[in-house]
Design a protein around this ligand. Structure first.
Ligand code: NAD
Length: 518
């Protein structure tokens, strides 16, 4: 986890929220203004009065640069002065070092918080209301340019504001399944794995599970990162691919756990796509009646979907994911930088789930998806966070799929049937893409969705290079039969999750005559 720089106009609450964030993360709080005071040996108001604003700004730049250098080894919460990022070089350095959290509040609140005569804030002291209004007007464009924002004047407590801020910064504590677990979504987060492992009180010996491809790409980095943090890893390799998500992979894991002398305190780290996180989660949940694990998803699909939510399992010849458990890891560490080695077809496959999450609950995400792959890759961190956020919101509401979690099955009832009918020659996301369009068409036919929704969805998916139509030679009778075997079958009917609009899904739509679906 990298440093968090708290920024905003005077009176927006940078120091108080900074303290709360420091408590929550265990990071030290650094107050840039206080460092300047201690370096200058005088209050800022006197420094400004005697030596002018430029001298103050120069000292501010020096203190910020020093803190950014320290942050490489010791991340912190940094409370910045209200104009600290006006200089482009300060902003560039801070953006390279960590994340900026912008705090906002209305002018009357800012005035009330500062008081009418605060001489320690030289740029607004004296006639505060007028000076503050002028300062805000002057900095409007600058202040509006920070995307991660929290309002501090909506009546929330500091603890609530801190929790909201952490979520916006990609740190979640999911409390939905008995024992809370953390999800961290941050570019570069892998480097901080040892810090996280220490907070989990992990023993020094770690078992890392890869598949053939992820071992090739990440074993060296993982070993370096773990060794630097004082950990020692034993590694296990499973063959890559859905066709290997089976009982023999689970047996291989159990045997490797026994060979490594694993006990209930040992920690297993799964490094891979959804196949590896599903397999490791299940093997760990059953070994010695439940051990400990951490997920480091490396595919887009696993980052935004499979690794979050605690569902684990493997396939039987009779169907996908027929055996499984609910067993969340203690930490899901999502580092979008790991996607740099993911082959393009896998990336595109993962985009089907991203689009799905946009359809379920984030119209802005859906719009971003409509802008094509180049734009998506430019905004990759934001895309991963927003898509993962939808999954997190859903599982927090309904961890065990008693109701709304079924929304995540959008496109999957038809999609899974297509996957099986094609004997897994299509990627998961490709089949789901076809399934989403087929199910949106069904929603239109049933009057659940307005005319044109299926076309709108198909256009976005096709624009990403995903298939949107059933293969010409598909065996429809087989599809109907596979849909009938679907896990979501309840009695004689199959329950579908159908889109009602972009950002809205209806779950529990019971369909008896599956022939009518296609
Ligand atoms: N548990 C859940 O809630 C849940 C949700 C959705 C999907 N899933 C499961 O997830 C699986 C699909 O996940 P997937 O698409 O990640 O499949 P996958 O794990 O097979 O990964 C796809 C391919 O990409 C490779 N790969 C992964 N990361 C890489 C990287 N960074 N660089 C290079 N190669 C990389 C893998 O080796 C594999 O060949 C399915 O089994 C599905 O059932 C589970």
């Amino acid at each position: 986890m990298s440093s968090i720089f708290v920024y905003g106009p005077p009176g927006s609450g940078k120091s108080s929220l900074g303290k709360e964030l420091a408590n929550l993360t265990g990071f030290p709080l650094v107050d840039i203004d206080q460092e300047i005071v201690s370096n200058a040996g005088m209050p800022i108001s006197r420094l400004m009065a005697e030596q002018g604003e430029q001298v103050f700004r120069n000292m501010e730049s020096e203190v910020i640069a020093a803190e950014c250098t320290r942050a490489a080894n010791r991340p912190s919460i940094v409370a910045l002065g209200g104009g600290a990022l006006l200089r482009n070089e300060n902003r560039a350095l801070v953006e390279k070092t960590g994340e900026i959290l912008f705090l906002e509040a209305s002018l009357p609140t800012l005035i009330e918080r500062i008081g009418t005569q605060d001489l320690s804030r030289p740029l607004v002291s004296g006639a505060i209301p007028e000076k503050l209004a002028a300062l805000l007007a002057d900095r409007t464009t600058h202040y509006e340019s920070f995307p991660i924002r929290v309002r501090t004047d909506d009546g929330s407590t500091l603890a609530e504001l801190a929790e909201r801020a952490m979520r916006l910064l990609g740190f979640y504590t999911i409390k939905a399944m008995g024992r809370p677990y953390k999800v961290c979504i941050q570019a570069g987060a892998l480097a901080n794995l040892p810090t996280f492992l220490k907070t989990l009180s992990a023993g020094q010996n770690i078992i890392v599970v890869y598949d053939t491809n992820t071992r090739h790409h990440f074993e060296h980095t993982m070993a370096t990162v773990l060794q630097a943090g004082g950990f020692w890893a034993t590694s296990v390799e499973l063959p890559a691919g859905e066709e290997n998500k089976n009982l023999s992979a689970i047996e291989k894991l159990w045997n490797a756990f026994i060979d490594a002398g694993m006990d209930r305190r040992s920690l297993v780290v799964a490094v891979g796509g959804g196949v590896i996180t599903d397999l490791v989660g299940f093997a760990v949940s059953t070994y010695m009646r439940g051990c400990r694990w951490v997920a480091v998803p490396t595919s887009l699909l696993a980052m935004v979907d499979a690794a979050i939510g605690g569902k684990t399992g493997f396939d039987l010849p009779q169907g996908k994911n027929l055996i499984g458990s609910f067993y969340p890891p203690e930490l899901v560490l999502i580092d979008p930088n790991l996607l740099s080695t993911l082959p393009q077809p896998e990336y595109i496959s993962g985009m089907a789930e991203v689009v799905k999450h946009g359809i379920i609950a984030d119209t802005g995400l859906f719009d971003l998806c409509s802008q094509g792959l180049a734009t998506i890759q430019q905004h990759q961190n934001q895309i991963v966070r927003r898509a993962a956020q939808v999954k997190i919101d859903v599982i927090e509401q309904d961890p065990y799929e008693k109701g709304f979690r079924a929304a995540l099955n959008l496109g999957h009832t038809v999609g899974h049937a297509v996957e099986i009918e094609r004997e897994f020659s299509l990627k998961h996301g490709e089949a789901i893409s076809i399934g989403m369009v087929a199910e949106a068409t069904l929603a239109e036919k049933m009057g659940i969705a307005p005319p044109g929704l299926a076309g709108q969805i198909a256009k976005v998916l096709a624009g990403l290079g995903l298939p949107v139509q059933l293969p010409a030679n598909v065996n429809r009778a087989k599809l109907v039969s596979f849909m009938g075997n679907d896990k979501k079958k309840a009695g004689k009917v199959v329950n579908f999750a159908l889109p009602a609009a972009i950002g809205q899904v209806r779950t529990g739509v019971a369909i008896e005559k599956l022939e009518d679906v296609l």
